[in-house]
Design a protein around this ligand. Structure first.
Ligand code: ZN
Ligand code: ZN
Length: 504
């Protein structure tokens, strides 16, 4: 089986091209579509001895992971011209490497499995301390590069203490991220352990110092960035030591306990800069050191955390709150992370080491108040969301003069909405997080003040009740629960080593 690239290479050779045409040589040859081409090396690989004997190219050589000829037990070589191989001297052939010797000692079925696993594991070895495991385009590298990479991978797997050596090097490398917690510093180590475990360490012949040397070599080497799949990682230039601190949007979302949409929003607001930013968080790249330094500017470790109960986990704030104030969760998080309002960053909470962002109740109120005061004229659909009403009620409020349309009648005047909310009390289920009817009973029952409007949408529930605030006494107002009491209860945190960072 050949890819179209291979055929192009064959056609490049004039004699071959003529033979193919003359004898219809390729009529029974299957040409691979590009998606399958990933499994085959781009450059032609050959065993010089085989070619010398029968002059034929074997398709099995083209498998990306294949480096040896099983017949001659010799390594394959790259060639641009099959016919030129005749002049190749026998002594130029390389001796087999230890991984190739091991490979040839296996049965046919084991051989393929082993070669594929070496290829998978090579991606872990390549820049071994990075947060992102590099996807490699191994089909584009030379046989010589592939052999030296596989040999190093094999040597590593022959070190019994490999996982300990590797883990220690990773933790040393990420030392300056300790304040971000175990979730960050230990990221990927469990997956790595599982990978190593699946190989069942072939034999314990590699020394610890040798394993260390190989890992460091692959971490510091200045490799051609063209062999990586995700090229945007290098948009800031190729500083090998900086690349290792890059994370994608999905990782950063986990690290901060913040939804991915908010991560992208903050990068767009320049709260922090991204190495590469796009709408798909998994394809966006960030430098975790930059994020860490931003956090350390806004937050300091807090020893007295007695005020914890007045801090709200971002994910516990009900969606309805945002609608009421025409605020987005992204705006709120941006204010918290950049330290504009009091917030806490909790590291290593719960047994699975989760990090959370919390905002003080006062901070949330401040953001909501600012948003409310700076609000411009709103569209009818947004007014419906903010007041938790429907279009019938909205039209009624407009005809009765409670709300005012803008001159061009396209929007509702922002001041009229602000005046309305400060002078009138609306009760309904969505706005108060409880049934309007039970709310209404308590308020009306207190000093027997009747509402000025009631709209029933079904016989059992009152969906919209309106009081004039001037008619209500303080005691009546107190019959309403604070919206904040309806937020989800904080879960008990059983973890022992939570570090709380609070805004300065
Ligand atoms: Zn051969
Ligand atoms: Zn009262």
């Amino acid at each position: 089986m050949y890819t179209s690239e291979h055929l192009d290479k064959l056609y490049d050779i004039e004699l071959v091209k003529r033979d193919i045409a003359q004898y219809s040589l390729l009529d029974s040859v299957e040409v691979l579509k590009s998606s399958f081409a990933d499994f085959y090396s781009k450059e032609l690989k050959v065993c010089p001895s085989c070619v010398k004997e029968d002059g034929l190219h074997k398709s099995v050589w083209q498998y990306t992971s294949t480096t040896v000829c099983e017949v001659h037990r010799t390594s394959l070589v790259n060639t641009a011209n099959l016919l030129a191989l005749d002049s190749c001297e026998e002594e130029q052939q390389e001796t087999l490497l230890s991984f190739e010797v091991h490979l040839l000692s296996l049965s046919c079925s084991e051989r393929e499995l082993f070669a594929n696993k070496l290829m998978t594991f090579a991606e872990y070895v390549f820049r071994p301390f990075d947060f992102i495991t590099a996807k490699l385009k191994l089909r584009e590298v030379s046989v010589a590069f592939l052999r030296s990479l596989f040999e190093d991978v094999y040597k590593l797997l022959c070190c019994k203490e490999l996982i300990y050596v590797w883990e220690e090097l990773i933790l040393t490398h990420r030392e300056n991220l300790n304040t971000m917690g175990v979730l960050v510093t230990h990221y990927g180590i469990n997956e790595l352990k599982a990978q190593i475990h699946s190989f069942n360490v072939i034999s314990g012949t590699t020394l610890v110092c040798e394993a260390k040397r190989i890992l460091l070599k692959y971490h510091d080497a200045d490799f051609d960035t063209a062999i990586y799949v995700s090229t945007h990682r290098f948009d800031n230039g190729v500083d090998v030591n900086n690349v290792s601190f890059q994370v994608d949007g999905v990782m950063l979302s986990k690290f901060l306990g913040i939804h991915m949409k908010s991560i992208i929003y903050m990068a767009m607001q320049n709260t922090f800069t991204a190495v590469y930013l796009c709408k798909q968080p998994d394809k966006s790249f960030f430098d975790i050191q930059v994020v860490e330094s931003l956090l350390s500017k806004a937050f300091v470790p807090s020893l007295n955390i007695q005020q914890t109960e007045s801090f709200i986990n971002i994910s516990d704030i009900p969606k309805g709150i945002y609608d009421l104030f025409d605020l987005t969760i992204e705006e709120l998080i941006d204010a918290a992370v950049s330290g504009q309002v009091d917030s806490q960053f909790k590291v290593n909470t719960t047994v699975s080491y989760v990090n959370h962002l919390l905002i003080s109740e006062a901070g949330v109120k401040e953001v909501l108040k600012n948003k409310w005061q700076s609000m411009g004229d709103v569209k009818a659909c947004d007014a419906i969301k903010m007041l938790k009403i429907n279009s019938n009620v909205l039209n009624k409020l407009i005809t009765e003069g409670y709300l005012v349309l803008t001159n061009d009648k396209s929007r509702i005047d922002a001041d009229s909405i602000r005046d309305f909310v400060s002078n009138y009390l609306i009760l309904n289920r969505k706005a108060n997080f409880e049934k309007a009817r039970s709310c209404e009973k308590r308020v009306t029952g207190c000093c027997k003040v009747e509402p000025i409007h009631q709209i029933y949408m079904s016989p059992k529930t009152t969906d919209f009740v309106l009081y004039n605030k001037a008619d209500l006494n303080d005691c009546c107002m107190q019959q309403l629960q604070s919206r904040f009491t309806h937020f989800n209860q904080q879960k008990v945190d059983l973890s022992k080593d939570v570090i709380t960072f609070q805004t300065k």
